[in-house]
Structures are given as C-alpha cells and as structure tokens.
Design a protein around this ligand. Structure first.
Ligand code: MG
Length: 262
C-alpha cells in the first residue's frame, strides 16, 4: 500500500535553500564551533572533568559573541554534550565525571551567531587508547568523510546514508539507527533527517543551498540504545564503545563546503 503525504505537509518538509550570504553567516557560526573543538583538543586529558570542559566551551562561544545553542534546548542543561565510552550522545557535563586514561569522549557543540547555527561533534582519545578503540574512531571519522563526499547537487540523501553505512559495516561496526543527521540553519534541527543507513539513489534530491549536519554515530557492537534515568544520556545497550563525528556542510554547485572546519 502506498501512503501519500498531503502536498502541504510535503512542502513543509522541504529543506530551505540558503543563498551565499546566508551560508557566509553559517560559516561564521561554524567557525565558532571549530574554535570550541580546538580548545577541547588542547584540554582533554586524564583528570579533567566534563564540567570543566563545558565551562571552557561556554567561554569560547560567548567570547566570540555567539550563544550556546544546546543550553536550554528542550531543557538540556549545558553548552556541550560529553559522551564517554559506551555513551553515544547527549551526555551531560558533570563536575564528578573525571576523564580517565584510555577513555574516549565525544564532544558535540552548537553555536548560534547572528541567528545562524553551526553544529559539530568529534570523538577524542583521553591519553593512550587501545588500537581497537583507535580503529573505531578512524572508521567513524572515515564514514563522515564518505558521507560528505556524496553531499553533492544531483545526488540523493540515500547516497549519503549508504556511503556512511557501507564504510561502517565494511569495518565490522554498526550504525546507530535511532539518531540521525539533520538540516540546520536558523534552527538546529530542520528538515530533512539525514539517516546514517540507507539505499543509494533513494530519497530527496540534493540541491545547492541545502545546509546539513552529517553525523554518523557508530557502535563497536550492536546498534540498539538505552537512555539513562537522567532522560538524556544515550548509551549502547550492550555496553560497546561508541563514536560520533559531525560537520555542518553546505551543498554547492561544486564540492561540499565544510562550514564547521577551522
Ligand atoms: Mg547535530
């Protein structure tokens, strides 16, 4: 059976197209998130708390004249998400959570500058990590770049999704299904959803001016998730390690623009 979506609803689900001036604003917002990640890379080490990392991130964002997008978003209580080891996304910074040698930590951050949003995540090693864990980080980052490579006008959303999934699964890991990338612009979450699994040649046709957050979330084991009693922290159900890499990009007539690179 074919379910048809009313035309009006379909229109509302269409992503907005941004012009060069709007993309320049988003690039400026994205640069702020890149600065946060530079600071995280400098400060992440055994012994630092996730609350200290949050304070550093907030300082970088506000010093740039931007606003922390995540703070208060659906009630989220911090400027960054800090997700350690088996935590996938939405971990809450806490003065009692101290990074240990061998941990991995995903930092996800949004910055709103002049009403435009940049959104970027990266997973960092704390001190020395085992080679198998390093491979999880490398494969997840490679999946992000494989998705970005497909983010070209004329391709379809499913081409991005399939490239991410194939990269992950070819390396024996699994793609988290319950969380996705998304359109981003004046709002952090806009249509469309960007799945990290799917079929090439399917879905929405990509057009210049679309601005998307691509964000593979990967489990070293199974992809089923569980949410903690805090209502936020999402972790792998089987306790496997998880990694998360994200850039905000713009689709152009040529190569995709990475809006959240330094
Ligand atoms: Mg995002």
């Amino acid at each position: 059976m074919v379910l048809s979506v009313p035309a009006r609803a379909r229109t509302r689900l269409q992503p907005l197209l941004r012009d060069a001036d709007e993309i320049a604003h988003m690039r400026a917002a994205g640069r702020v998130t890149a600065r946060v990640h530079e600071a995280m890379r400098r400060h992440i080490r055994p012994g630092i708390s996730t609350a200290e990392l949050n304070a550093i991130a907030e300082d970088v964002i506000r010093s740039a004249g931007a606003v922390p997008t995540f703070l208060g978003y659906h009630g989220f209580p911090a400027c960054i998400c800090t997700s350690i080891n088996d935590e996938i996304v939405h971990g809450i910074p806490n003065p009692g959570v101290i990074l240990q040698e061998g941990d991995i930590i995903s930092i996800d951050v949004g910055a709103t500058l002049d009403g435009w949003v940049g959104d970027a995540a990266w997973t960092y090693a704390v001190g020395q990590i085992p080679a198998s864990t390093q491979r999880l980080l490398e494969v997840t980052e490679a999946a992000l770049w494989a998705g970005i490579e497909m983010a070209r006008a004329g391709n379809r959303l499913g081409d991005i999704s399939a490239a991410v999934q194939q990269t992950v699964e070819a390396n024996g890991f699994s793609v988290i299904r319950e969380f996705t990338g998304h359109g981003v612009g004046r709002e952090m979450h806009e249509p469309p959803e960007v799945l990290n699994y799917g079929q090439p040649g399917t879905g929405l046709r990509l057009r210049p001016g679309m601005t998307l957050a691509l964000e593979p979330m990967v489990s070293a084991g199974h992809w089923l998730t569980d949410t903690d009693a805090d209502g936020w922290t999402v972790r792998t159900m089987d306790g496997s390690l998880s990694a998360h890499f994200e850039h905000t990009i713009a689709i152009t007539t040529e190569a995709p623009l990475i809006l959240t690179s330094p």
